[in-house]
Structure formats: C-alpha cells, structure tokens
Design a protein around this ligand. Structure first.
Ligand code: SAH
Length: 353
C-alpha cells in the first residue's frame, strides 16, 4: 500500500497543480516497488480516461545524418568521422510519405541532423510539397534550431508540429553535454518561438545522460511545467560509439518508466511517446511505457537502406515492431495488453477527458 504522502502528492498533481522541489525530489527518489507501481497504475488510468486504449502512430522519416552540431552524446555529431552519412532527396521523402499514406498513417515526422545542405528554403519546399499532396496529414518537423524566420516559413508551408527536446534545463549540465557554441537558453527560446507561432510543440530530455543529477531532473520537470508542451519525449541515454560518452552507461529503463508515469500524471492531455530508445534497451520497453501512461509510438518509415545510418546511439532499433512496415505486428503487440492502434492524426486537445 502506497503511503499517505504519495497519495497526497499524486492527488495534488491530478488536480492540476504543480509541485514544490521537495515533492518532485520525493517522487523521483521513490525506492519502494509498491509506491512505483501505484504511480504507474495512476498514470495508466489517467491516460486511459483521456485517450481510451488507443495509441497514436506517427511515421518517422529520418531525412539526414549530416549535422553541423557536435553534441557530445550524439552518434551523428559532426566530428564523428566514422559515422555513415546520407541525406534523402525531396523525391525520396515524398515516396516515404506515399508509402506511409498507403499504410494508413496520418502524421509524418521529418527528423534529421542540422544538415547545411537541407537548408531552411529546402525544408520549407519539402513541407509545402507534402502538404500539397496530403493536405489532411499532420506534418511534424524535428530538424533542430533554425531561427524564428525559418520556423515561420515552415509553418506557412504547412508544418503544424515541432519536436525539440530542451535536453536539460540546467545551464551547467547543458554545457557538459554540448559544445561551447550551443546553449540551453537559445534552445528554450526556440521552444517559446515555436509555441508563439502556433505549433504543437514537443520537448523533453534524456534520462540518465552523463552527469545528470536528480536536481537536474527536478529542473527539467519544473521547466516542462513552465513551458506546458503539447508533446513530451523522454528516453534513456544510450552511448554512441566514437563520441566522448562512448563509455558511459545507459540510462535506467526502470527510472525512465517512473519518469513517464510522472509526466502523465502531471500532463494528462500531453502526447507522450513510448520512445525507440526504450524499445532498444528492453524488448518490452514500448509496452512498459504504454502501461505507464505513454500514448504514442513512432514507427520508422525511413528508406530501409539508410535506417542503420541514422545512428544517434548504438544498436538503435528500426526493425521489428519499430518499423512502419510491421504495423500488424504492432497491432498484435498492443492487442496483447488490451490496447489498439489509433490511426487518426492525434492532435493535442486541451481537456481531452
Ligand atoms: N537534430 C534534431 C533531432 C535530434 S535527434 C534536434 O536537434 O532536435 C532526437 C533526440 O534524440 C535528441 O533530442 C536527443 O534527446 C536524443 N538522442 C540523441 N542522442 C542520444 C543518445 N545517445 N541516447 C539517447 N537519446 C539520444
């Protein structure tokens, strides 16, 4: 039986209130299995009461593994000379979307490194063409920091969602994860600009990234409170070879699941994916996240011959039920826990309940 304090805090969250630092600390340092199970079940109940047993699907197209940035954790950082590089053409991306449309997807996510060749005009043009061909589909971008004018041009071209994790709220921790030319405040500023432009905005952080402390995570939760994102992506850190963090250990699956529960309880309407990083570290990772309140999966729709090259971390899963080509497998997997694939666009709705 979970203790009184836990019930009181969960009730406070469920009533839509934010928490004090000490209360976040209490939740993030829970050790007792019954307490964690109580959180997980509360989160799953909240997700079901808001979204039913439907899990939204987004088709993910990884458009380039070239990147001008040099994030210390990322396998496609520019100074990784052994990374395999590719960039999709506009025609290849449109073909992916056609294939995705036939499979039944209603959302496309274009994600990539900050590739100088795929510049802002190019991205806007690709979005415009997808939007012209599939006016009813939601187009999501996750192409890094591009500046206000670019976000506006992408929006006008037809993009309606943008994923950009804040990575970590704490400036000093951010500086340990990134090169000197990147900073936490410009990332946060970009998120505010995206919101102002009317995007449905996704943010989030890795769990267990090098040097991350509980205080860092508390700052992350408090920042999300402030930002009120529509989507929140979290996944365990996984080391990538030939990066400065190659020999660090992966984030904990269990702690990631606990964090998913907390996010769901705090943000009942948010779109929260069961991330590929979780599925990479644990064969049941995706199901565990769904049973802790996640309500989105993002199957990989990149062309088969480039999937292995978008290696932001080692052994990244892109086959099996992570693959857009295996929707039947995903349907069966979800059916096994009493859930189903919801093929609709799955826009953010305030007061979904
Ligand atoms: N260039 C885009 C997309 C980045 S990839 C952008 O800047 O937003 C999407 C996310 O993958 C990143 O935001 C990061 O949180 C996560 N990621 C990158 N490397 C990782 C690693 N080694 N382990 C786990 N997650 C990682």
């Amino acid at each position: 039986m979970a203790d009184k304090m836990l019930h009181a805090i969960v009730n406070r969250l469920a009533a839509g209130h934010s928490l004090e630092r000490s209360q976040w600390r209490y939740l993030l340092t829970l050790r007792d299995d019954d307490d964690k199970e109580f959180l997980r079940r509360s989160a799953a109940d909240i997700a079901v009461s808001h979204f039913g047993k439907g899990i939204y699907v987004r088709a993910l197209v990884e458009i380039s593994s070239y990147c001008r940035n040099n994030c210390n954790y990322c396998g496609i950082r520019c100074s990784n000379k052994s990374a395999s590089r590719y960039r999709l053409t506009k025609e290849q991306i449109l073909n992916c979307c056609k294939e995705g449309d036939m499979m039944g997807f209603n959302t496309f996510v274009l994600q990539g490194g900050e590739d100088p060749i795929q510049d802002n005009e190019w991205i806007a043009d690709v979005v415009k063409s997808i939007h012209a061909e599939f006016p009813d589909k939601a187009i999501t971008l996750s192409v890094g920091e591009r500046g206000y004018d670019a976000y506006r041009a992408f929006r006008e071209a037809g993009a309606c969602r943008y994923l950009m994790r804040h990575e970590t709220r704490d400036e000093a921790h951010y500086a340990r994860l990134h090169p000197a030319n990147m900073n936490a405040s410009s990332r946060r500023n970009a998120l505010l600009q995206l919101k102002e432009l009317g995007y449905q905005v996704g943010s989030g952080m890795m769990i267990g990234s090098p040097y991350q402390t509980i205080d860092n995570l508390i700052d992350d939760f408090m920042f999300l409170d402030e930002l009120q994102p529509h989507m929140i992506g979290i996944g365990p850190f996984i080391p990538a070879q030939n990066t400065p963090f190659e020999y660090f250990k992966s984030g904990s699956v269990e702690f990631t699941i606990l964090s998913v529960s907390l996010l769901r309880i705090r943000f009942p309407n948010a779109l929260i994916p069961a991330t590929t990083a979780l599925a990479t570290l644990h064969p049941q990772g995706r199901l565990m996240a769904i049973l802790a309140g996640a309500n989105v999966v993002m199957p990989n729709l990149s062309p088969m011959d480039v999937r292995e090259k978008y290696a932001i971390y080692d052994n990244k899963k892109s086959n099996g039920n992570e693959s857009a080509q295996q929707l039947k497998g995903l349907e069966n997997e979800l059916a096994g826990i009493g859930y189903y694939v919801d093929y609709s666009r799955g826009d953010y709705v305030e007061n979904k309940k």
